[in-house]
Design a protein around this ligand. Sequence first.
Ligand code: PAP
Length: 354
Amino acid sequence: MDAPTEGRRSWAAAFGDMAKLIPTLPLETRCPTVPLRQFSGFWLPEMILSGVAAVHTRFEPRPDDIFLASFPKSGTTWLKALAFATLNRAQHPPSDPGHPLRLRNPHDCVSFFELPSALSESTGGAQEDVFEALPSPRVLATHLPYSLLPERVVADSCSGRVVYVCRDPKDALVSGWLFMKKHTAATAKGAGGEDDDVPPTYPLQDAFELFCAGRCVGGPQWLHVLGYWEESRRRPDKVLFLQYEEMLRDPWTNVKRLAEFMGCPFTVEEETAGTVDAVVELCSLDSLKRSKGNRSGTTILGIENASFFRKGAAGDWRNHLTPEMAARLDEIVDGVLQGSGLTFGGAANDSISV
Ligand code: PAP
């Protein structure tokens, strides 16, 4: 039995009584807005833990489910848009002016299955699985580490598939820090600011130290990535491992890989007709940023739609981290990933090379 499977079995009892377990778990309160608890080696928002229990006890997987997985701030929103647009292209042609992705945030088109509200208790006290209503194949998302996915989702006998997107941890850290600062400020003022225009209440140095200690949402980032990376090598037919930087460099090829993996490859006719290009364009940062649905309003957890779209670049960490900070984080990550076959490109090319 592999380690994640063994872990899943030994936590089975905990999932049954998460409310009692939560107060006993190690607590981290230095990240703004979300107290974190350490569970099975990862730091997760306290309020997510009941959702984690729910996905293990209540969620009913289907053989054709597709899970989009990521460490936060690694390309989740983009992957959600690409998967949704690709899978639903017959019903919603990407050039359609009324396409759902032009009217709604990608987070409203593809839900995180561990959000506590997703598998909620109905008003009558009965337990409800809101995903039951979705037509197959369903696309769901998760920030959970691989080892915390329910066994029924990842078992060899289950034909569900997982797409993981990873990103240079330095960019994920900077993106998360700016997002957190902006979100905190917006919540306080009732309005967001301009790009990078954030109040100095949460120093980057603090966020950096916490990130390096693995004490951030979903952290340690390198173990999150490693879990999916190893599984993608063990079962490439079940886990597709994508890289944000590679997607930026060549979105076309990566969308085609995604479509093939999801079981809906683009036909030659579609390629010739420009459907792949249309999906790439629809889901581009600029297009989503400018769309009606994202210029105002809020999405999951009351977060402003616009907060999910900033620069969308590889290597923006250079504008925020010192070379010493970058070297320190690289050393931590490289030390853990050594021998795994996965390396982050570091300063040389701002990208991950595998
Ligand atoms: P989440 O985990 O909270 O859902 P996620 O979407 O993973 O966030 O990450 C947000 C980052 O993806 C932002 O990066 P930045 O802060 O470095 O700019 C955001 O700009 C980027 N992003 C969002 N949509 C796209 C897109 N369509 N193409 C490329 N990058 C994108």
